[in-house]
Design a protein around this ligand. Structure first.
Ligand code: FES
Ligand code: FE2
Length: 402
């Protein structure tokens, strides 16, 4: 027996939460899981075709908002991060009025990379080549030896190229195209916007972010973090010990979805009705935030995993990982204990990724690059992966500006 995903989200009432928990316990009893209504066939070209990769960059990342930072990484005016997006290299910087802007990281003189650090804080961006400088709002402030440069030059026409950027629910989102128009609430839709709003992630802080370039297509990488079927097989001595494999209850919101996975500690409630007991500690709540992130809500913190295509090579991608706990002052811990706790958490997550997931994913990319790779199969049980795939296909069906 399998059950389809349900989309009956009204609001996150206690009844709704208990209903999801009862469904997940029912699955554990029956050996079932929420599932899709059909299998899918996957072709190796999805991970290797340069024209498809170009369409993904333009029609997905050039059109819809995706997360580039947590707001706390840009805590004060002038704080910036630089990001390799699929179409542009960007500088994302906090403004004096508290808003956030994003610019193409290329000087308007002769194109030098303006900011070469991954993150930092500055009052202005100063080009290393001939020392033109830009305000943090992207406007050109000074030209060195301006009197010799040419009287016809108009500085007001030489601001940095700006891409749409907005902060919402604690995250900074951009559309990777100067022509885009950003509306994160509209992109999230009413259900996911309300869910993220209820989490209060703007009150949390990004303990650390890390970026890894991996020789695997971004969809292979993203898929591994929507996958509840590999847990006991690829992670037998880590996550597989604590989390049930191949069991989820999922809510499909169209562009995004949310599902719960039970921890093994839930097993005592299989034969005893939990009634309205709080069950959060027995669950991991996972969200696919289209187009390219997985948000894990753990009982005491959040983890965000983000996947971006390489700008040229379909066989490479960038993954970013963030651990987002409550601020130290919102906990009972002193600064040192707080640091030690999240340092440990970070190390565990990093070790599992590097030792267990990444080798499989590098191997997968290498394997599907064989000229005669046979078509592959996605099971009904791999529900969140189907939703990701369905949404990628939907975005690629949009009209191509070429
Ligand atoms: S390229 Fe930036 S100042 Fe010349
Ligand atoms: Fe994994």
């Amino acid at each position: 027996m399998t059950e389809m995903a349900y989309s009956g989200y009204a609001e996150d009432t206690p009844e709704h939460r208990q209903d999801r928990i009862r469904r997940v316990i029912g699955h554990l009893k029956e050996g079932t899981t929420d599932s899709y209504d059909r299998l899918a066939t996957i072709h190796a070209s999805e991970y290797t075709d340069p024209e498809l990769a170009r369409r993904e960059r333009d029609l997905i990342f050039g059109r819809v908002p995706s997360i580039v930072a947590h707001g706390s990484e840009l805590a004060t005016p002038g704080a910036f991060v630089t990001v390799q997006m699929p179409r542009n290299k960007l500088i994302v910087v906090r403004q004096p009025d508290g808003s956030v802007k994003a610019f193409v990281n290329a000087c308007r003189h002769r194109g030098a990379m303006l900011e070469t650090e991954p993150s930092g804080k500055c009052r202005l961006f100063s080009c290393p080549y001939h020392r033109w400088s830009y305000d943090t709002d992207g406007s050109l402030r000074t030209i060195t030896r301006e009197d010799t440069f040419g009287p016809e030059l108009d500085k007001s026409n030489l601001s940095l190229a700006e891409v749409p950027c907005q902060e919402r629910h604690g995250f900074v989102w951009v559309i990777d195209d100067v022509e885009g128009e950003i509306d994160v609430a509209a992109w999230l839709g009413p259900e996911m916007d309300a869910i993220l709003g209820s989490y209060g992630m703007e009150e949390s802080v990004c303990f650390r972010s890390g970026s890894f370039e991996e020789p695997a297509n971004w969809k292979l990488m993203q898929d591994a973090f929507l996958d509840g079927y590999h847990i006991q097989y690829a992670h037998p001595n880590t996550a597989g010990k604590y989390i049930h494999t191949n069991v989820s209850v999922l809510e499909d919101f169209g562009r995004h979805c949310r599902w719960i996975k039970p921890r093994k500690s839930i097993d005592r409630w299989i034969d005893e009705d939990p009634a309205d007991r709080p069950m959060e500690k027995y669950l991991i709540e996972t969200h696919y935030l289209g187009p390219n992130s997985t948000l894990l809500k753990q009982p005491d913190h959040f983890e965000l995993l983000t996947f971006r295509p390489h700008p040229k090579d379909p066989g490479r991608s960038f993954m970013e990982m963030r651990v987002i706990p409550p601020r130290p002052e919102a906990t009972d811990l002193d600064g040192e204990q707080w640091n030690a706790l999240w340092e440990k958490n970070w190390d565990i997550l990093l070790r599992v990724l590097h030792a267990e997931d990444f080798p499989i994913l590098r191997g997968t990319q290498a394997a599907v690059e064989s000229a005669n790779t046979a078509p592959m199969t996605l099971g009904r049980n791999e529900l969140a992966n189907h939703i990701f795939r369905r949404e990628v296909e939907r975005m690629l069906a949009a009209e191509d500006r070429g």
